[in-house]
Design a protein around this ligand. Structure first.
Ligand code: SAJ
Length: 439
């Protein structure tokens, strides 16, 4: 049964109705469950729901479940609130803490690292144990979480432990009861709804049939192409993409430190070098933040500690950059008796409100620890986070241009373009993002 039965099932009137909205014969899934309603799970659930599927979102946090069921969102992502409100009001999306049966499951839970930068698959295991009791013959299970090589096989093993009555792909039977695939998400925070639909997808099946079924499901909303492969290659592909970016940012960060010592403007240098047709250097910054690029390369290092030398070095270079910036700040502050320092930006990158794993936040915490009077401009937040609240003042650009001796630009938020150069001329300025150069 399983896949074949689903493909051969006659069109019911409901199915025909749904076909008009995006559920086609190729994708017989009408009811989908998304496990984990975070930065990836919620937008994914909402997009599927907007194409006419019945989507049940499952989360372990009651607040998140309540927020979604009220048609609201708990994360900041452009337009997500509008889509969620729409699909909750039509009944296509609802949230619950209790997994229930569905035809397909998408797992989108965090995969952080634990002690020693080793991948922590605890959330995937929890998700497997949560859905195992409701799994049925013919189900498709997709792991979207960024995962170390072998995680999809581990997921399959955990499901099998809980449901020895079902045949899984690793059992080697020609038509397993449950199909399993890894389809890593690749969307950029801030552009999630656009990239979810437009980006190509890598679909790694535990068997070719598993990949085919997953592709058929994503086709419901995808404008990009699907490229089918095996699960392990898909796992490493996602890690490779983020490591590639990390290595390239490390190159830019290393250049910035070399240039500082040689008294050369790194932004000018990079712009000139990038005029070569085969050179495309990224931008230096105060370090690499977020929960992806600063984490995922360690999964490769963990799998191949002896071989992943460049990948590890890039991580070390990027992790060291905030400390280099802090030293620069301290050296500059020494010139003043009681300096007033202004920090521009706290988020981990431009034009978002996300402070998690932010090098700018790390630098701000070190600055306030020195006891210097600290002004902070972060247009995307209403109040300072714990650790800074009470220690620094959240204010605006004008106040800083009036009162600060030392200005440190940590994030290239759009609000910081066109800063008044004349007002800055009397101050010591450390521009970690090249904002002034761009202007
Ligand atoms: N950064 C620089 N210089 C640059 C580019 C970025 O210092 O030239 C810094 C940013 O300021 C930030 C960090 O790197 O602190 C990461 O930002 P990002 O925009 O490079 O990436 P993320 O973490 O927001 O999203 C990445 C994306 N991966 C790639 O571009 C290869 C996204 O497509 C992934 O889906 C996401 O990781 C993820 O979820 O894995």
């Amino acid at each position: 049964p399983g896949q074949a039965a689903l493909h051969l099932a006659p069109l019911t009137s409901t199915r025909r109705d749904l076909t008009l909205q995006g559920v086609s014969m190729d994708n017989p899934v009408q009811k989908l469950s998304v496990i984990g309603l975070g930065y990836i799970g919620l937008p994914t659930a909402a997009i599927f729901a907007s194409r006419g599927l019945e989507v049940v979102g499952v989360d372990v946090t009651q607040d998140i479940v309540d927020t979604v069921n009220a048609g609201e969102v708990h994360i900041v992502e452009p337009d997500l609130d509008i889509v969620v409100r729409g699909v909750v009001s039509t009944g296509n999306l609802r949230a619950t803490m209790q997994p229930e049966s569905a035809e397909a499951f998408i797992i989108a839970v965090p995969t952080p690292f634990a002690e020693g930068k080793r991948p922590d698959l605890g959330y995937i295991k929890d998700a497997a144990e949560a859905i195992a009791p409701v799994l049925e013959k013919g189900n498709l299970v997709i792991l979207e979480s960024t995962s170390p090589v072998g995680a999809t096989e581990k997921l399959a093993g955990w499901l099998k432990e809980q449901r020895p009555d079902l045949a899984f792909p690793q059992d080697g039977t020609p038509n397993p009861d449950v199909n399993i695939a890894h389809c890593p998400e690749r969307v950029l925070p801030g552009y999630v709804l656009h990239e979810l639909v437009a980006n190509d997808r890598i679909v790694g099946g535990m068997t070719p049939a598993c990949a085919e079924r997953a592709t058929a499901l994503y086709r419901v909303f995808l404008r990009g192409e699907c490229f089918e492969t095996d699960a392990r290659t898909a796992e490493l592909a996602k890690l490779t993409e983020n490591s590639f970016r990390d290595v390239n940012i490390a190159f830019a960060n290393e250049l910035s430190i070399i240039c500082d010592g040689l008294d050369i403007d790194v932004w000018k240098l990079i712009r000139l070098a990038n005029r070569h047709p085969r050179v495309s250097i990224l931008q230096p910054g105060p370090g690499v933040g977020g929960h992806c690029i600063a984490v995922d390369p360690w999964f490769i290092v963990d799998s191949a500690p002896e071989q992943a030398r460049l990948i590890r070095a890039a991580r070390d270079i990027n992790d060291a950059k905030p400390h280099w910036v802090i030293n620069k700040i301290n050296e500059s502050a020494d010139r003043f008796k009681s300096p007033v320092i202004a920090l521009f930006g706290l988020a981990f990158k431009a034009d978002i409100d996300d402070l998690r794993e932010s090098p700018a936040l790390q630098i701000a915490e070190q600055v306030v620890a020195t006891g210097m009077q600290t002004l902070i401009v972060e247009p995307n937040i209403e109040e300072l986070p714990d650790g800074l609240a009470g220690e620094a003042e959240l204010t605006d650009v004008a106040r800083c241009l009036n009162d600060a001796d030392l200005v440190v630009i940590l994030v290239d938020h759009k609000e910081f373009s066109g800063l008044d150069n004349q007002r800055l001329a009397s101050k010591v300025v450390i521009d970690t993002r090249g904002v002034l150069f761009r202007d």
